[in-house]
Design a protein around this ligand. Structure first.
Ligand code: ADP
Length: 474
């Protein structure tokens, strides 16, 4: 007897009802769930199975006489409690393998299962609603934060036009940098909350790939060379001149990886490489590699790097700052573009971050500007000839042909975004316009600032006016 009890012990605690009965229908065992749901306590054994399933088994007769019974298949039965109330069950009746004279019935309370299903659905909806409220709250707060930050920024930039002593000027530059940093954090939180809420959409457009890479280079080269680091950039000639993809988001990932590389490297070099790794019809897989010779990351820590708010340890956030959102956003963006991001790193030796994305190529095969890797002077990017460097410099000098051409192009992209009410993207183009007008005369810089403020306030009329004015200068 002890042995039988031991062998049926796992059934005793099962969530479904389990009944064992012989050929003549006498119940020999009922597990805890059966005794509790049928309200028999310990008094089920010895009863006839027809007391539990009167619609299926004829009273006092053998099991085989139940004609509506299909063994081994799920069937819908009605189970009766001791007090003659009933409930629907989904049941399976099997012959015991070791003893063909014995039958086992396993039954689930359908109403209870449906109730649980509804409960799970209700909890899921509540969680979804809570997540939605949270991301809307985060989006609203960050949006509201932008207005005062940009108000401070705008006023500071107005002050730069006045005669200021050196100390005040230094303080103002510091405040300006703090506001820029704050804006970066706000934008990261906005992106993160949108990605989490699944509200993030990519906006692919045709763009000039090498111009984009030059733009990325121009964003970082000064800070990298100021630290005395070497910088190398290589773009494979296999990559077509024009591609269709979300340029701003590709730039965002590269900017994040390069900012980190620059932040965590004090000696050696930083390099960026872009290669084409696959092609299916006109779909192209691009692979980017950003390497540095910086502080590196422990193997044990690399797994958590791409989680949100994750920094390797508290001392890193104290020393280097940061929110721990950049890599998570980069990972989600790369995945949205059909790719993935990975890291290989060794403590005190350096890190290599790589990511892939899928884009569309705009021409058959580009045997274009070939680029090579080699030892370079600090600040000189591999693959960029002196002429290209000059061109890059020209873009920044207000009034040059390159500068005006790029200004017009970015202004028209900007106004298109405004018309589509994509204010965030308009702001990104505004950043480019601001850089292209950084060396312009004061009245042009002021108009650009008014345009920026109007975009930040999402004030269509003021945007249109400032845009018109800026366009007239060109
Ligand atoms: P943060 O804004 O804090 O830099 P990220 O998500 O971009 O956020 O990076 C998360 C953490 O990953 C960093 O705080 C740092 O600990 C580590 N990390 C990222 N890039 C590098 C790198 N190139 N070298 C060393 N550590 C890195």
């Amino acid at each position: 007897m002890k042995q039988v009890e031991d062998s049926i012990f796992p059934m005793e605690d099962a969530l479904e009802m389990i009944l064992m009965f012989d050929r003549s229908g006498n119940i020999s065992y009922a597990n805890g769930a059966a005794r509790q749901k049928l309200e028999y306590d310990d008094a089920l054994c010895g009863r006839h199975i027809s007391e539990v399933f009167p619609n299926t088994f004829p009273a006092g007769k053998g099991v085989e006489e139940a004609d509506s019974l299909s063994q081994n298949e799920l069937c819908s039965l009605v189970a009766y409690r001791r007090n003659h109330t009933c409930f629907p069950v989904e049941a399976k009746i099997l012959k015991e393998a070791s003893n063909p004279e014995e039958y086992i019935c396993m039954a689930n309370d359908i109403l209870e299962r449906e109730y649980l299903g509804r409960e799970i659905e209700r909890i899921r909806q509540e969680a979804e609603q809570a997540a939605k409220v949270k991301s809307e709250f985060v989006a609203n707060v960050t949006h509201e934060l932008r207005t005062p930050v940009n108000g401070v920024l705008g006023n500071i930039r107005e002050l730069f036009d006045r005669p200021l002593d050196e100390v005040t000027l230094k303080s103002l530059h510091l405040v300006e940098r703090c506001c820029d940093d704050m804006n970066k954090i706000i934008n990261s939180i906005l992106d993160f909350s949108k990605l989490e809420a699944g509200k993030f959409t990519l906006e692919p457009r045709k763009f000039h790939f090498r111009n984009m890479m030059d733009y990325v280079k121009s964003n970082h080269i000064n800070k990298i060379t100021e630290k005395g680091l070497n910088f190398f950039m290589t773009v494979s000639p296999q990559i077509p001149e024009y591609i269709i993809g979300d340029e701003l988001r590709i730039v965002q990932i590269l900017n994040n990886l390069l900012s980190n590389a620059q932040k965590f490297t004090s000696i050696g070099k930083i390099s960026v490489e872009a290669v084409k790794t696959a092609q299916v019809n006109n779909r192209i897989e691009l692979f980017f590699i950003v390497s540095d010779t910086g502080i590196g990351i422990d193997k044990a820590d690399t797994d958590k790097l791409f989680q949100s708010f994750s920094q390797v340890d508290a001392s890193i956030s104290r020393k280097y700052g940061g929110t721990g959102l950049g890599l998570n956003i980069s990972k989600q963006l790369a995945e949205l573009m059909g790719g993935r991001i990975e890291v290989e790193s060794e403590k005190n030796k350096g890190s290599t971050f790589s990511f892939s994305i899928w884009v569309e190529g705009c021409e058959e095969e580009g045997a274009l500007q070939a680029s090579g890797i080699g030892e370079q002077q600090p600040g000189m990017a591999a693959g960029a000839s002196f002429e290209e460097e000059d061109l890059l410099e020209d873009i920044r000098v207000y009034g040059t042909e390159e500068n005006q051409k790029n200004l017009k192009k970015n202004l028209s992209k900007l106004i298109l975004c405004v018309e589509m009410e994509n204010w965030e993207k308009a702001e990104m183009f505004m950043e480019i316009v601001r850089e292209l007008t950084a060396q312009a005369p004061q009245d042009i810089k002021r108009t650009a600032l008014r345009l920026k403020m109007a975009i930040q306030k999402e004030d269509y009329e003021k945007v249109a006016k400032a845009f018109e004015e800026l366009n007239n200068f060109l």
